[in-house]
Design a protein around this ligand. Sequence first.
Ligand code: SF4
Length: 319
Amino acid sequence: MPETAAAPASKKFSLQQYKTEVHVDWCPGCGDFGILSSIQQALFQLQLPPYKVAMISGIGCSGKTPHYIDTYGLHTLHGRALPVATGAKLANNQLTVVAVGGDGDGYGIGAGYFLNSGRRNIDMTYIVFNNGVYGLTKGQASPTLAKGLKTKSMPDPSIQEGINPIAVALGAGYTWIGRGYALDVKSLVSLIVQAINHKGTSFLDVFQTCPVYNDLRTKEWYAGEDIGRTRIRRLDADPAWNPVVADASSIEEIVEKKTRALHASYESGDNLAVGVFYSIDLPTYDDQLATKVPALKEHPLVDLPLYQRDVQPLFDELA
Ligand code: SF4
């Protein structure tokens, strides 16, 4: 995997400073390695102080990600990465908060949180390692496995439709929506940098290979070895593709951009769109909260003495 071995002299933090000594125990060839490396490289590119970043994960193979990144980190409960990330950001609005999890964790057990995090627009990033199976528990079908597919650990093909995470995110109100591919690290680093830089909740679905349990969506399948061309279609290769809403007050433009994104998200089979699907600047939950609690503009909640948190009247009322 291509990596920059050391920071240029002008960089304060080296790439190594975003890595821990913990042994990475994912299976050999797992796509998670590409995503981990991409997150570390993105943090390095952005030169985010490691002590100002919080990585929050759910349960699953991807849940181990915070163990391997030398920032603050929390490995939470199944499906609960987003509510914990929400709490972390509201408690300390000076942190860069990145939630990570798998497709089963985020679109199955955590589906309610996935929906409601979109409409809140808290300034944080959510990265989903999407491999179509519950890898940690030996390969059961996850919510993204398409109908009719049968991985090697399933007795029969799935009789349920798979969900479309990009379409769900568009409906839920995420203000930045993208998709990457775990084995295209260079593009994935760029997408993660854009996602973190976006002010608001950014959602990045990542096609991830699980060579142990998903024997259908392999790196050879994504590379299109059977059809003679890659199945990955980069949206930014189309000069006419523009996912950014220029006028956030224009319902017509929002509908037009969402409709185009929706069309691109339903490409399947031999064309899998990756890149930025949708982006809009809207007021964040954090900023709106700060208009009600002005002290939050100067200090994060954790640094405010209790009397400045405007909760004393509430305590008085309850006394
Ligand atoms: Fe990766 Fe699959 Fe192994 Fe989990 S089970 S570490 S997703 S290859």
